[in-house]
Ligand binder design. Structure first.
Ligand code: C2E
Ligand code: CA
Ligand code: CA
Ligand code: CA
Length: 277
């Protein structure tokens, strides 16, 4: 039994070592990928439910890996979140996305001057003391007004995190919009919404998928509560006209999803204006 236990311990050590090596390699590859321009952003529109008018874009990161091809964020963001790498990624995303919106606005001032750009910010980055300066820097470099940048954060960040809360306060004082992503999947209750330093709720895609009447009643309740607290609401994951109709009926003003537009690289994003004068 003794030698057996040692054998198992060795296997465990080896598995751990392999995992650590794999993680170190991924971190190394992300770092070189950032330096050699392997990442890109895809932009997905957020539309007004009632008018179909473009309201915002969400910037979603993609990795054009030299060997693995297009790597989705779920395959590298979680690892990046375990180190300060996620802050480097966040800085890169903010810089690129704000420049892109400034560029679209130059090309089509009429169609874009009210449009905002949303970027995803991870918990660790929100807690970092340089975030507020980095946001200021990105706005300054791109020439974008603060009101046109939206930071999407997930609710896990918010509870019992005094630094994150202080940073959110500073960001909102700057005039940046804060959006609570994946709402309904975490621990925030409707009653806590009032205390949170956010301007917008994004209702998680899973709620839209469900045909269950109780779930739909819950969505209705979230929207009513959000409005009572003066929050905007975005429904995520709209894939059909029926879902869009339902959102209109229950008074959800903003929507995002494949039915309204898939995430696309900047070069494939139609600039609605650019009409010859
Ligand atoms: P998220 O922030 O909740 O982003 C929405 C995800 O849903 C995106 O997946 C988007 O492509 C997908 N989606 C949009 N509409 C639909 C729809 O109608 N149906 C379905 N099935 N999916 C839809 P994506 O781009 O793979 O991103 C996954 C997650 O990775 C994001 O979830 C976000 O948590 C994270 N992520 C993406 N880009 C970044 C980034 O730049 N920084 C950080 N920190 N996280 C990012
Ligand atoms: Ca998001
Ligand atoms: Ca989401
Ligand atoms: Ca998510």
């Amino acid at each position: 039994a003794k030698s057996n236990g040692r054998g198992r311990a060795e296997i465990f050590d080896q598995a751990l070592r392999l995992e650590l090596e794999a993680r170190a390699k991924l971190e190394h590859d992300i770092r070189t990928g950032l330096a050699s321009d392997e990442f890109e952003l895809h932009y997905q529109p957020v539309m007004s439910v009632a008018t179909g008018k473009l309201r915002s874009y969400e910037a979603l990161i993609r990795w054009r890996h030299p060997e693995r091809g297009m790597v989705p964020p779920n395959e590298f963001i979680p690892t990046a979140e375990e180190s300060l790498l996620i802050c480097e990624i966040g800085r890169w995303v903010m810089g690129r996305a704000t420049h892109q919106l400034a560029e679209w606005t130059r090309q089509d001032p009429e169609g874009h001057s009210d449009v905002t750009m949303a970027v995803n910010i991870s918990a660790r980055h929100l807690a970092s003391k340089s975030l507020v300066d980095e946001v200021r820097h990105a706005l300054h470099e791109s020439g974008l007004e603060a009101g046109r940048l939206v930071l999407e954060i997930t609710e896990t960040v918010l509870l019992d995190e005094p630094t994150a809360d202080a940073h959110l306060r500073d960001l909102r004082t700057l005039g940046v919009t804060v959006s609570l992503d994946d709402f309904g999947t975490g621990y925030t209750s409707i009653g806590q919404l009032q205390k949170l330093q956010v301007d917008t709720l994004k209702i998680d895609q899973s709620f839209l998928r469900s045909e269950d009447p109780a779930t739909q009643a819950l969505v209705q309740l979230m929207i009513t509560a959000a409005h009572a607290f003066n929050l905007d609401v975005v429904a995520e994951g709209v894939e059909t006209q029926e879902q869009l109709d339902r959102l209109a009926r229950i008074g959800c003003e903003l929507a995002q999803g494949y039915y309204l537009g898939r995430p696309k690289p900047a070069r494939d994003t139609e600039i609605t204006g650019a009409h010859p004068t």
